[in-house]
Design a protein around this ligand. Sequence first.
Ligand SMILES: *Cc1c(COP(=O)(O)O)cnc(C)c1O
Length: 476
Amino acid sequence: MSDMSNVLRNIPSVHELLESPPLKRAVERVSHNVVVGRVRTFLDQLRADMQNRAVDLHVPAPAELAERIAQWILQQEQPRLRPVINATGILLHTGLGRAPLAEEAVYAIRDLCQGYCSLEVDLESGERSQRTLAVERQLTRLTGAEAALVVNNNAAATMLALAALAAGREVIVSRGELVEIGGNYRLPDVMQTSGARLREVGTTNKTRREDYARAISPETGALLKVHTSNYRITGFTESTPLAELVALGREHRLPVIDDIGSGALMDLRRFGIEGEPLAAESIQTGADLVLFSGDKLLGGPQCGILVGRANLIDTIRRHPLMRAMRVDKLTLAALTATLHLYRDPAVAEQRVPLLSLLATPLENLRQRAERLAPQVAATPPVRSATPVEDTSLLGGGSVPEQQQPTWCIALEPEQESVSTLAQRLRLGTPAVMGRIQHDRLLLDLRTVFPAQDTQLVTAFERLEGPKPRPATAAGH
Ligand SMILES: *Cc1c(COP(=O)(O)O)cnc(C)c1O
């Protein structure tokens, strides 16, 4: 027991520690109060760990202790939400925030939201106006629809549309289209919450027009088609084309709702993206309501977009849930600016980051991989770095089947495991996320902006060489 109190007495005081150069620097960078609080927490934890014998009964020299505490404080100061260089090759990575915004969209947020803006005022008349008016005009122009509406995301769009158009009635959906999109979006649950009743028809792999036709009754409120964004049923399959559903809907005076998921506004086939429905095509085929996300292939901010017949959009707009799902001015600013770029597809391809990444020629990726590999290989944690050709998956939960040729840098760590190096990179400055494949760490350049190439090398240069992780007290 006296042994223990001797050891504990060796721990320097908060006051002493604050006099040390590393903690003085921390005070300058953070603040006096925060540093004092953090030093106390650290020392309390160290004492507790020692009493529980969770760490060696050895107090580091004051200088070393101060250095350790200062590092811990600076680490704690890093926000959890911070920029990441996406070297996973997954263009629409929900974990990494899906679509990056165009510069124009970022400027628009700053420009419109730093001060006041004409969110709900018609500047010509001075009267109150609807906040989504401008963006709705852009959307109808781009899709050929009569009317449009914007809400928080596609899940909200679906729930709102079903609640407004089919609450208390049946909505007919093919069994093969009852999707779950990552996390907690499951179509049957969304439907239930909306108050509409799910009427499944067909089988998992085959649903024909007659299956829908037989299910139609006075109870029916709508026919719903859902794009199977994150899976494909292949083999012995049959699904009813939208045109046939539209004909059936017209015959029975039922609205046909088409949830197209990713919502491409331009044809992406020349980038190797197949089978993604275009909003304009769906409208042209006759869908009464088309739903899609703003932050998937459109490349804008998170939002859900509804386009279609004016009378349906009007009914939806007046539903009480609309107020709970309406978008804020930041989203509207970013969406308007992004849609503006689509007036000219060539401009969109250059200025919408998602499209410019998709459009990057393979040869460009190869040259960058060859230039960067030796620079990365020259940093302490890396034993070897080799340019390799590979395929990237475009979407986490968005367009998963879609693959694109790409070039990566394949890394072998000097000493540590691949997963340890990957973790250190995630926690580095800037943070980098790659993908682990066959016990190598791949940095996929498909999703790295050319302007980030230098930062990518910097991230490696800032990592120290491999060394065993010190068992620090309060290291959590
Ligand atoms: C992604 C997706 C959703 C969910 O959209 P969020 O904007 O993430 O809410 C719904 N339906 C389909 C078909 C999708 O692909």
